[in-house]
Design a protein. Structure first.
Lengths: 382, 291
């Protein structure tokens, strides 16, 4: 019988983790030096360093300035270029010492059930995680919940849709508009499979079935998407790259771009807008999780709790032109950020554009995630 | 007490040998073992299968991106070496100027990514090159093909690796005494003849080394091709990286990495054979120590 080893298991017997070693060494040293001065039972409180992985602009360093200074907390940030950065780092045999990281809802099953890199959270340490504060779609929903335990704290949501330069092209009302001859070589696709795949499936008429498509349907999806690749200048690596391409005028529109792009291009003096075409947009929701090896747990809990406080929610959503998960934050939003989404019917938004997962990791009936990655690589190679 | 040559050599090389053994040979062996294992849902199964190698060798995608990586590598290494030789010759036999060498190396003081973005600015539709050509009346509308093309990738990689190649060629030429060239000239050989008959054969191994090191670095690069190559920017490096990053299929990634290693070795031996057949590379058997 074959034994299935996880990378952790392979390395576990052979090596003591850096975290364990450093943690142990620090505890011994700290105990020796400070032991005589400590009270019998240490009071848990936020302090010290926490290391997080977050998308650029979402790391909360500025938004939590007051809290950081008051509690002498330092936030060390590793920027994510895409979700694979998190998967890759935490799935290593000896993962780096992070206390919290962001993840997209599409990776919930993978992170919680398969590679088990999320720690079940104690809701009593997250007072802002409450039915009173959060919109219903983000509270105790299966996406972030397993076996009665919370694994991820929904933090922000938004749309990926067409982003375009209104001064240089007409407002597109359909993805088909991006195929106009005058836009040849003027559009960009992004190497963000979480949003590109569902949009591609929708355009191929298979959106309702995504992510559970057969191999033939997957092939059909990419076949249909080829016309957009032929029209595109390039498939960009990151949204930051898209921003610079739109600012330099190299491209005029982004296929399934992040709605925060206009905010970023505006900082560099170029006006871009996003529009939701008749085919719809892809929704996403990012959450914070803590790995089982979390180091500074109390501070990480407080960090996650503050991330969903109405005040911080309003600030971070305004900064990134995103949606808030806190219903109480809506009234704190400036009019332009509030107008981004219909907050009177958040449930309705997610009913029409549900949060989707990645294709199944194993299946005999449907194309697997590995099949999709292989097909995507083939698609990119032209 | 004096130590024998072999003991002295062992002691001096021990730290490097130990370092390479721990941080290169052992990880490489682990990676090699991985290449025969299989993976399912981000979990590694330690068995013995050949499907990672067979699957890659029969995959049109693998060969397509590998051919692309080799093509970019060969073009860049060739142009870089051609540009490096006259500069190195000038530095070794004409100017002997350390200042010029430092100036050449100065470009390395800027970030790799900054240089890529600088080339984007130069080659873009609204970039410097298009603007100059438009103003000179050479073109009547901006040329989009300058950027996100094989041309953009090659020109940028040549810029990035040229200083590196110059250093290697300088080191190679430095071992050839000026007297040999003078002797060849005294015997009536032209400058080009002296280069072909004296410098090239003596520096051949160094030049091939410079070519191969540039080739290996370029063929394995997947950032520049992706950022400047557009749809022609897919290389084996990206394919391998995706096996580790996206699908968690370390065995397949390991197998493809070793296949790429074998392809590089094959190119090295092909180059060496071509050099020997053309007479540029002279095989000099080691002299036996006299008893």
């Amino acid at each position: 019988m074959k034994t299935i080893w996880s990378p952790e298991q392979i390395m576990q017997a052979a090596a003591m983790s850096r975290r364990s070693f450093l943690g142990g060494a620090a505890a011994v040293t700290g105990g020796l030096v400070a032991g005589p001065f400590l009270p019998n039972a240490a009071q848990a409180a936020a302090s010290g360093d926490i290391q997080i992985m977050a998308w650029e602009g979402w790391e909360l360093v500025d938004e939590l300035k007051e809290w950081r200074e008051k509690n002498n907390v330092s936030i060390e940030v590793s920027a994510m270029g895409n979700q694979d950065d998190v998967t890759n780092k935490f799935n290593m045999p000896n993962p780096p010492a992070f206390d919290a990281a962001e993840y997209n809802q599409g990776y919930s099953d993978l992170y919680i059930d398969v590679i088990k890199i999320t720690k079940p959270l104690d809701k009593s340490k997250l007072p802002n995680y409450s039915a009173d504060n959060l919109f219903d779609v983000f509270y105790d929903k299966p996406t972030w919940y397993r076996d009665g335990k919370l694994h991820g704290v929904p933090y922000a949501w938004g749309l990926n849709t067409i982003v375009y330069n209104p001064a240089l092209m007409e407002k597109p009302t359909s993805y088909q508009d991006l195929l106009k001859p005058e836009l040849k070589g003027k559009i960009v696709l992004v190497d963000d499979t979480l949003v590109t795949w569902p949009v591609a499936a929708t355009l191929a008429g298979l959106g309702a079935k995504f992510p559970n498509l057969t191999k033939e349907e997957m092939a059909q999806t990419f076949e249909h998407l080829k016309q957009y690749r032929a029209q595109a200048r390039l498939i960009s690596l990151t949204y930051g790259d898209v921003v610079s391409l739109m600012v330099s005028g190299e491209v005029l529109a982004c296929f399934a771009g992040w709605t925060g792009i206009p905010t970023e291009t505006a900082k560099q003096g170029v006006k871009t807008e996003y529009t939701i075409p008749k085919e719809g947009a892809a929704t996403w929701c990012d959450a914070w999780f803590m790995p089982p090896s979390v180091d500074n747990e109390e501070t990480a809990y407080e960090f996650c709790n503050l991330a969903i406080s109405p005040e911080v929610q309003a600030k971070i959503a305004t900064r990134n032109a995103a949606g808030v998960v806190s219903s109480k934050a809506v009234e704190l939003l400036p009019p332009e950020t509030k107008a981004l989404f219909d907050y009177s019917d958040v449930d309705g938004i997610f009913k029409s554009s549900p949060l989707l997962g990645i294709p199944p990791l194993e299946s005999t009936e449907h194309a697997t995630y590995a099949d999709w990655v292989a097909a995507w690589n083939e698609f990119k190679a032209g | 007490m004096s130590l024998s040559k072999s003991v002295t050599g062992s002691l001096l090389s021990a730290p490097t040998v130990l370092y390479m053994a721990v941080f290169f040979i052992v990880p490489s062996l682990i990676l090699f073992a991985y290449s025969f294992w299989s993976a399912a849902s981000y979990q590694v199964v330690p068995d013995f299968v050949l499907k990672n190698y067979l699957g890659s060798l029969t995959s049109p995608l693998f060969w397509k991106v590998t051919f692309n990586a080799i093509s970019i590598g060969l073009w860049t290494a060739t142009i870089t070496l051609i540009l490096a030789i006259p500069v190195a010759y000038y530095l070794v036999y004409v100017a002997r100027s350390q200042t010029i060498l430092y100036l050449i190396l100065l470009t390395w003081f800027s970030s790799y990514l900054v240089r890529i973005y600088a080339w984007r600015t130069l080659l873009g539709t609204n970039g410097v090159l298009n603007t100059v050509l438009l103003q000179l009346g050479i073109i009547d509308h901006p040329v989009g093909a300058f950027l996100f093309s094989s041309f953009a990738v090659t020109i940028t990689l040549v810029h990035i690796y040229l200083p590196f190649c110059i250093l290697l060629v300088v080191a190679s030429l430095s071992e050839i005494k000026r007297d040999l060239i003078d002797a060849a000239r005294d015997l009536g050989t032209s400058s080009i003849g002296a280069f072909c008959k004296v410098i090239a054969p003596n520096a051949a191994n160094g030049l091939i080394g410079a070519f191969m090191l540039t080739f290996i670095l370029v063929a394995g690069d997947y950032v520049t091709p992706q950022m400047l190559g557009g749809s022609s920017g897919q290389t084996t490096g990206l394919l391998i990286a995706d096996q580790f990053r996206k699908t968690g299929n370390w065995p397949l990634g390991a197998a493809q990495a070793f296949l790429m290693f074998l392809v590089s070795l094959a190119i090295y031996f092909a180059l060496l054979t071509a050099g020997r057949m053309s007479g540029l590379v002279v095989h000099r058997p080691r002299k036996k120590k006299e008893a």
